[in-house]
Design a protein around this ligand. Structure first.
Ligand code: PLP
Ligand code: CA
Length: 302
């Protein structure tokens, strides 16, 4: 509830941030790109940080792609990022099930796109749903009985542009009727940049639909969940006080970093404006704010 305690990233602050951090966690949309367009200055900034020996990690809540597909997207934009530097919420869903020892003989029902299916399959899980169910229709005739697979032990919900009544019924029956069935949300973003010029409904509304029918709350595995942060910390063994989370959203990215005790930098190249940051109702205050990622290196001496 404190008034904004965020500082602008002036040259001295930029220098001390770069000096005091070993790893930068970058949100993707609004920080690295907007839709399919790279944000100005990004390749130079990432190269400069790499040349200083900083570890770079890319964390996106957009579940529609797998890490492999994101790695290709980076390459097509002319930025060299390897698959093991990418943490998408699609991958987080697969890792959550793996770490929970989700039984291989059970299935996962997916409201979501190819990215989730690819990560689940790569982790060795059998999936149902996804794009394949996008064309399925229900005929609501008298005596119609909707059958669902009783071996589904988890439902994963992410952004799905082909969500329909069939999928909602399927997911609902699994969660309500299969004993112990997990309800996992990749993320709850209200909107996302499905195109570079406009925001579109995000996974939050698909998740809310399933909350509505089941009256249950999901386990969220993307930002700002502690699951994803704990997973990253375990993997990289970096002290959180020497990490900086860079993002364009207060309620996902900045909260994600702050909850773990990381330094936080809000960039204004995405969805958050200066007036959102200074809104008296805003309770999430990053340590620093800057116009874009390139300020980090342009303002410091690096
Ligand atoms: N979900 C969807 C569907 C999106 O389109 C986006 C951004 O484009 C996001 C989530 C947020 O992604 P990020 O965490 O990279 O900002
Ligand atoms: Ca973002």
């Amino acid at each position: 509830k404190s008034p904004s305690t965020s500082q602008p990233l002036l040259p001295q602050a930029a220098q001390s941030l770069v000096d005091s951090v070993d790893a930068f966690l970058f949100d993707c949309d609004g920080v690295i790109w907007k839709g399919d367009k790279l944000i100005e200055g990004v390749p130079h900034a990432l190269r400069a940080l790499r040349s200083l020996g900083k570890k770079l990690v890319f964390v996106t809540n957009n579940s529609t792609k797998s890490r492999k597909q994101y790695s290709r997207k980076f390459t097509s934009l002319g930025v060299d990022v390897s698959e093991d530097e990418i943490f998408s919420s699609s991958f987080a869903a697969a890792m959550f099930l793996k770490l929970r020892n989700f039984p291989r003989e059970k299935k996962v029902y997916v409201i979501g796109e190819e990215g989730i299916l690819e990560e689940l399959k790569q982790a060795g899980f059998s999936c149902l749903g996804g794009p394949e169910d996008g064309k399925k229709k229900v005929e609501l005739k008298t005596n119609f009985w909707f059958e669902h697979d009783k071996s589904v032990g988890a439902v994963v919900v992410g952004l799905d542009q082909y969500i329909n009544y069939y999928k909602l019924q399927y997911a609902t029956l699994c969660i309500r009727e299969n004993p112990g069935c997990l309800f996992i949300a990749t993320n709850r973003d209200a909107v996302g940049h499905m195109t570079d010029l406009q925001e579109w409904p995000g996974a939050g509304c698909m998740v809310a639909a399933v909350c509505g029918t089941t009256q249950k709350e999901p386990i969220v595995v993307g930002k700002p969940s502690t699951f994803l942060m704990d997973f990253l910390l375990e993997r990289f063994q970096i002290d959180t006080t020497r990490m900086c989370m860079v993002g364009d959203r207060l309620d996902t990215d900045i909260l994600f970093g702050k909850n773990a005790g990381c330094k936080t930098l809000l960039v204004l190249s995405g969805v958050t404006t200066m007036s959102d940051l200074q809104d008296p109702l805003n309770e999430i205050h990053p340590d620093y704010y800057a116009s874009s990622v390139s300020d980090v290196v342009d303002l410091s001496d690096s």
